[in-house]
Design a binder for this molecule. Sequence first.
Ligand code: 4AD
Ligand code: MG
Length: 481
Amino acid sequence: MEHTRIKQLLNAEPTGQEVIVKGWVRTFRNNQFVAINDGSTFQNIQAVIDHQQTDGQTLKHINTGAAVRVKGNLIESMGKGQRVEVKASEIQVIGKADPEKYPLQPKKHSLEFLREIAHLRFRTATFNAVFKIRNALSFAIHKFFQEKDFVYIHTPIITASDAEGAGEMFKVTALDLTDVPKTDEGKVDYKKDFFGKQTNLTVSGQLEGELAALAFGSIYTFGPTFRAENSNTTRHLAEFWMVEPEMAFYELEDNMDLAEEMLKYVIQYTIAQCKEEILLLEKRLSDEEKMKPKAERSSMSLMEKLTFCLNNDFERLTYTEAIDILKNSKPNKKKKFKYPVEKWGIDLQSEHERYLVEKHFKKPVILTDYPADIKAFYMKENPVAEDGNRTVRAMDILFPGIGELVGGSQREEDLETLTKRMEEMNIPAKEMDWFLDTRRFGSVPHSGFGVGFERLVLFVTGMTNIRDVIPFPRYPGHAEF
Ligand code: 4AD
Ligand code: MG
């Protein structure tokens, strides 16, 4: 390779050595200063060209977005804002970018505008930083589990099961939708479909993960999951990535310990790898917050929030305790919640979760032992309480600014209890026979959880919209690229 990456050059000693840079023009000022970026860092290197020595055609094509090759000497920079620069002896335009047509101009664009041209937003400093952090977090997740001897399992994308019993799946079919085969009862005849049965995009790899955990001991999945819920929020995507560890012989406590350790590990790793990126996004965030009224600004900077999370134990309490706190909270008494907290058994709304995390405890919170009625069929039941309330050994981890980041539980390992619960929840046991085999043959207590990966990236980047932390977001009405 004849060129050197800009990240390396920015850290090199400027001894006048000859270097070659290849990248894209970010700005061209005074017919002299070309800021070049090659993606290796969000920072640009400045090339100083001698416009007397450069032919007019080349000068005309040094525009924002154009690809260039520059040969020159790496010298100490006299200008403000950079330590080194390239004194160019040669500049060549490799790929032109018509300034009349190129949508990215050398100015600050709004995130909303950039979302509309998401195919080009990789070329901005903000998104360079966001996706470097996403990259580091992905690697850290694998590193954490691999160091603990967890086995990485690929669970299927196309499934015939609905892990959450939530009924919000995308259907997968090869049938001709203009001529759908019907059964005698007039229903769609899936026997004639590609797989001979009805199939969907997976909502979670958990159930298949459990099969592997009961053989390997500890496994994790890390892959795309799909939900066809019509949620137009800054926290929901129709296609998102989930990390799902599943461990034999783990009870709820062990599950919580592992989740907390893992989150702290990956955040720590990312701070170490991507300090510059985090500081860039911290500045972006604080500039944005300056526009807000004082009361709405956060008291901590992004880096402070991350280190605070590392240095403090997550608060652990039961759903029942949380309901008491919420019932007696100021916003509830003053009727400020959109969904008032009146009785035990309600599903917590994000306003409630955020109150607990951001106002009451001011740190990450793990809520456990939720009402059985609002949780999935596979969660292990607690003994019925004196007041008759039924709870399950569930745990959700709630994060400041995010709400629910992790959902998990100890699993029901008893065949009889599990099949009874499936009946109650109208889950056809016949189709889940393969899953029930884990409970028939060598069943053991086991637990697992799922981390919404984009929500984790949101937390670490300080971005505020989930559509800005996945390269190509899918949400209702949007599946571009
Ligand atoms: O709480 P959920 O639905 O749990 C499960 O799917 C379990 N099977 C996980 C397990 O125990 N193995 O989803 C897990 C996490 C949520 O806490 C949330 O962070 C994220 O996935 N999540 C979403 N993220 C983005 N967009 C959506 N539509 C999401 N739905 C859930
Ligand atoms: Mg959940």
